[in-house]
Design a protein around this ligand. Structure first.
Ligand code: M6R
Length: 609
C-alpha cells in the first residue's frame, strides 16, 4: 500500500499542497516520499527515503516551482526503501514522471522486453516499467496524446495499479488510471486533485468522484474526463458531496481502524497472491535444504507459525518447530547450529523477542529467513532471504489483516515446497492453487453474509466471564488466535487448546451456560470434534460453532453458529475461519464499551524484551 496524490491549481504553488496531502496519506506508507512538479516546460523532482518530515527537513519539499504536480508516499514492495526506488519514476528521456500504488505482476517480463530494445532502468521497482512503456508508446507513435500513450502502456500491465502521470509535453494535465488500487478525484472551482484516498484532499474540497477499476482520467483546470481503459469510451460521472470529518475519512467511514482492516482482507489477500515468484522460490529452496526448521514469532505471528507447521507437514512432509520467540534462546539456544534454519515471522520486523531469537541463531551460524510486512525493518536487514507480505500498514493494535496475509504467504510456501519435493500430484496442486485464488472472494462473502450474525452472537454473550476456544488439527491455531483477539481487545479471559485436551483437565471448568467456541471445518478432524462438542454439551456448555455451510450435523448441536462457504481445504482453513472470530472480538469489545483500536497496556510493535 502506498499513497499517490496529484493536483493542478489555478493560482499558487502545487508543492506545499502535495506535501500536506502526502502527510494525510502517510498512514498508507512512510518509508520514502517524493514529489514532481512542472514549471515552464521542465520537470522538477525531489525524493528520498525516510518519513515525510525527515525528507522534508533535508530537501524542503515545498520548494518546487509550478502549479501542477504529483506526489507519493511509499510502502516498499519491489525494491528496498532507498532514494533510487522512491517515486516519482522517470522514463529514459526524463520527460515522463509516474507515481504508482499497486503491484505490477508481469513487470519482470516487461522490463526484460524494454531493456532488449535499449531502455535503461535506474530503480528496482515495478513502477519504472510504466514510465518506459509510456515512452515506448510515444516513440512508436509521436502523434499520441499523453492519455493515449498511457492507455497503450497500461493495457500491457497485469496486476494492480493506481497511477498519476505528468509530462512537460502536456504541461497542463495529469493523467491517472486505476485497476484494483483505489483512486479518487477531488474537484473545486480553482483546483483539481487525484489521490489514493479522500483524506488527502478533504480539507481542500468536499466534492469527490470515485474512479472505478478499468478507468483512466485526464485532469486539467477545465475539469476531468473519464474513459474506459478497455475501449476508450467516455464515462459520465458527477462528483458527490462528502459530509465526512477528516477523522471519518481516514477510517473510510468505519468506526474503528480494526473494523476497516478486517474488511480490507479480501484486498490484502489478493495482494499476497501477487508476490514475486522469485522470492517464494528462493525461500522454498532454503526450506527444502534445511535440516531443521524453526518457525519463530510472538503473539498473532506465532499463531501463523503454528498453522504453518501443519501446512508444511501435511503438504510438503516437512517437520517444522513453531517456537514462541521469547522462549527460543532458553529452549533451543544451545542446540541451534549451522544446519538450522529459522523462519522468523514478524509483521513489524522489529519485535524485540523475535530479533533476540534471530540474533542468537545468527551467532550460531543458522540460516535466517524472514517474513514481514515492513520492508527495511531490522528483520529484512538480518535475513538471508525475506518476503514482504504486502498487507499495507496496520494501524489497529490487534493484528487482523497482517495475520491472514502471513497465513497466505506461508501456505504458498508450503505448496511450493510440496511441488518441489514431489509430494502432491499435479491435480492436487492445481486444486489447491485454485482454492487459494478463491480465498479473497470467500473472505468477502463471509464479511457480507455473516457479520450481522456475529454481531448478534456478541450481544448474546457480551457478559460471559470466560470462553473456551477449541479446534483440532490446523484449526488449533485458529482457536488460539480467536482467543487472543478476544482477550486483548475485549478484556475477556479466555482459554484455547486443542479440543482433545478437554478431558485432561480444562473440562472441569465447564458449567451451565459456559460458552465454548468450536472451529469446525469439514476436514479429517470433523468426526472427533463432534465427540468433543457432545462432551461439552453434556456438561451444559453453550456451544458456538464456526461451521462449513450446510453442515447440519454440527448445526443441530450448536446454540449459535456462523457459516463459512464450503470447499475450503483444511490447510487453508485458518484464513476464512478466523474472520468471524476477529469480528466477534471486535463486537464484544464494542458491547463492553472498549476502544478496540487502543487496547490498554499494549503497543503495536513491542520493541522491548
Ligand atoms: O510485529 P510482530 O508480528 O512481530 O508482533 C508480534 C505480536 O506482538 C503481535 O502479533 C501481537 O500479538 C498482535 N498485535 C496481537 O493482535
Amino acid at each position: 500500500m502506498c499513497g499517490i496524490f496529484g493536483c493542478i491549481l489555478k493560482d499558487g504553488n502545487a508543492a506545499p499542497i502535495i506535501h500536506g496531502a502526502l502527510k494525510r496519506l502517510e498512514y498508507r506508507g512512510y518509508d520514502s516520499v517524493g514529489e514532481a512538479t512542472l514549471y515552464e516546460g521542465k520537470l522538477y523532482i525531489k525524493k528520498d527515503q525516510g518519513k515525510i518530515d525527515e525528507v522534508n527537513k533535508i530537501h524542503n519539499l515545498d520548494d518546487l516551482p509550478g502549479n501542477i504536480g504529483i506526489g507519493h508516499t511509499r510502502w516498499a514492495t519491489h525494491g528496498a526503501p532507498l532514494q533510487i526506488n522512491a517515486h516519482p519514476h522517470l522514463d529514459c528521456s526524463g520527460q515522463i514522471a509516474v507515481v504508482h500504488n499497486g503491484i505490477i505482476e508481469n513487470f519482470s517480463e516487461l522490463k526484460q522486453e524494454l531493456e532488449n530494445i535499449g531502455h535503461v532502468f535506474r530503480s528496482k521497482t515495478d513502477t519504472e516499467v510504466i514510465a518506459h512503456l509510456i515512452e515506448h508508446a510515444w516513440k512508436t507513435n509521436p502523434s499520441l496524446s499523453l492519455a493515449e500513450a498511457i492507455l497503450e502502456a497500461i493495457r500491457r500491465l497485469e496486476g494492480s495499479y493506481a497511477i498519476a502521470v505528468i509530462s512537460p509535453k502536456e504541461p497542463n494535465k495529469i493523467v491517472c488510471a486505476r485497476n484494483e488500487s483505489p483512486l479518487v478525484i477531488g474537484v473545486n472551482e480553482n483546483s483539481i486533485y487525484c489521490a489514493s484516498d479522500i483524506p488527502a484532499f478533504l480539507p481542500l474540497t468536499n466534492k469527490a468522484v470515485i474512479i472505478n477499476d478499468g478507468e483512466l482520467v485526464t485532469l486539467s483546470l477545465e475539469g476531468y474526463e473519464i474513459k474506459k481503459i478497455s475501449d476508450s469510451s467516455l464515462v459520465m460521472r458527477k462528483p458527490k458531496i462528502l459530509d465526512w470529518t477528516p477523522e471519518m475519512a481516514l477510517k473510510q467511514g468505519y468506526p474503528h481502524f480494526m473494523l476497516k482492516e478486517i474488511h480490507e482482507q479480501p484486498a490484502t489477500l489478493r495482494n499476497t497472491l501477487r508476490l514475486q515468484e522469485h522470492y517464494l522460490d528462493l525461500m522454498t529452496t532454503f526450506l527444502d535444504r534445511a535440516h531443521e526448521v524453526f518457525l519463530v514469532a510472538c503473539g498473532t505471528s506465532y499463531h501463523a507459525c503454528l498453522a504453518a507447521s501443519y501446512m508444511f507437514s501435511k503438504l510438503a512432509f516437512l517437520a517444522t518447530y513453531p517456537v514462541i520467540a521469547s522462549e527460543f534462546v532458553e529452549q533451543h539456544g544451545k542446540s541451534v547450529n549451522i544446519d538450522s534454519t529459522i523462519l522468523a515471522v514478524s509483521q513489524s520486523g522489529e519485535t524485540a523477542d523475535t530479533l533476540a531469537a534471530v540474533n542468537c541463531a545468527r551467532q550460531r551460524a543458522a540460516t535466517i529467513l524472514g517474513l514481514t510486512n515492513v520492508i527495511g525493518s531490522t528483520l529484512t536487514r538480518i535475513s538471508r532471504v525475506y518476503i514482504g507480505q504486502q498487507s499495507g500498514p496496520e494501524i489497529g493494535v490487534a493484528a487482523t489483516k497482517t495475520f491472514t496475509s502471513q497465513l497466505s504467504v506461508l501456505s504458498q510456501l508450503a505448496l511450493r515446497l510440496a511441488k518441489k519435493r514431489g509430494k502432491v500430484s499435479q491435480d492436487e496442486m492445481d486444486f489447491l492453487a485454485e482454492k487459494m485464488e478463491k480465498l479473497p472472494d470467500i473472505v468477502e462473502t463471509i464479511l457480507q453474509t455473516q457479520e450481522e450474525k456475529v454481531k448478534q452472537i456478541a450481544k448474546k454473550y457480551k457478559d460471559a466471564k470466560t470462553f473456551f476456544f477449541l479446534g483440532r488439527g490446523t484449526s488449533t491455531a485458529t482457536a488460539y488466535e480467536g482467543r487472543l483477539k478476544l482477550m486483548e481487545i475485549a478484556y475477556v479471559p479466555a482459554i484455547a487448546f486443542p479440543a482433545g485436551e478437554s478431558k485432561h483437565g480444562p473440562i472441569s471448568l465447564v458449567e451451565q451456560g459456559f460458552p465454548v467456541i468450536f472451529i469446525c471445518p469439514k476436514d479429517g478432524t470433523h468426526k472427533t470434534l463432534i465427540g468433543n462438542i457432545m462432551e461439552m454439551k453434556a456438561r451444559g456448555a453453550s456451544i458456538i460453532t464456526i461451521i462449513e455451510e450446510g453442515d447440519s450435523e454440527i448445526r443441530e448441536l450448536a446454540d449459535d453458529y456462523v457459516e463459512i462457504p464450503n470447499g475450503v481445504p483444511e490447510v487453508l482453513s485458518p484464513i476464512p475461519y478466523v474472520i468471524p472470530l476477529q469480528l466477534l472480538a471486535y463486537y464484544i469489545a464494542i458491547e463492553r464499551g472498549h476502544n478496540p483500536d487502543r487496547p490498554r497496556n499494549l503497543a503495536k510493535s513491542v520493541t522491548v524484551k
